[in-house]
Design a protein around this ligand. Sequence first.
Ligand code: ADP
Ligand code: MG
Length: 258
Amino acid sequence: MRIEGESLTVTYPGAGDPALDTVSLRVEPGTLYAVLGPNGSGKSTLMRALLGTVPLRSGAVRLGDRPLGDWRRRELARSVGAVTQHEPTAFPIRVRELVAMGRYPHLGPLRPETPRDREIIREALVQCDVERMADRDVSTLSGGEHQRVRIARALAQEPKALVLDEPTASLDIRHEMEILQLLRKSADRGMTVLLITHHLDLAARFADRILVLGCGRVAAEGTPTEVFREEILEAVYGWPVEVRIDEITGAPRVIPRS
Ligand code: ADP
Ligand code: MG
């Protein structure tokens, strides 16, 4: 399912400059699309704009073949998975139950939970390496464990498109690599994956295309090689960098200079 944003502009109440300023993007099915940019550059706002959780001052979002506004909530919940940056755990809930919530949009009075639903839940727990803690209360998890549980819930949803806001920010190297490989595999199987991240090197290594935001605007868009140019990254991040091709991965890599 294609995700398209056309000239998206968002201004928060009381703010002067727009947090997102005429940003357009198109994420094709079967691609892993990364969004990069410094703190406060509008990445989370872009995600909210695409999911319809923040009002647009102008612009339009299309999901698949329809404008976002034409989607019914339940239909949207079945088709689009979202892992937001922050999510407070407001009530006590076990890991397995939270992941099972991913199935809710698929269930109903005439569609009770089946063995297949339970298998999908189990698979999501395994894929995110949280099966061991399935019976623990979510509030007792570490930041990284909680993050993996939330990714598992999104996977259990079996969405056509998945949008994730810094999902690996608190993960160790193994769990981060496992999640990136999982997202890559999901894209290869046809899912539309939009990944917001600060991990430039991993984005260059795993993503098909990259969008770089700077001050709410598109600073660059293209393949990792097109986007990873020293002058672009230095201007956006305000720090001198060197870009080299990594001998092992063959992807561009960013080395901050001192
Ligand atoms: P990023 O995710 O790239 O760090 P955000 O999209 O969260 O950036 O924020 C973009 C800009 O909008 C920042 O200047 C931020 O302070 C501001 N902002 C974000 N959310 C709100 C909000 N709810 N109200 C007012 N300003 C906000
Ligand atoms: Mg953010």
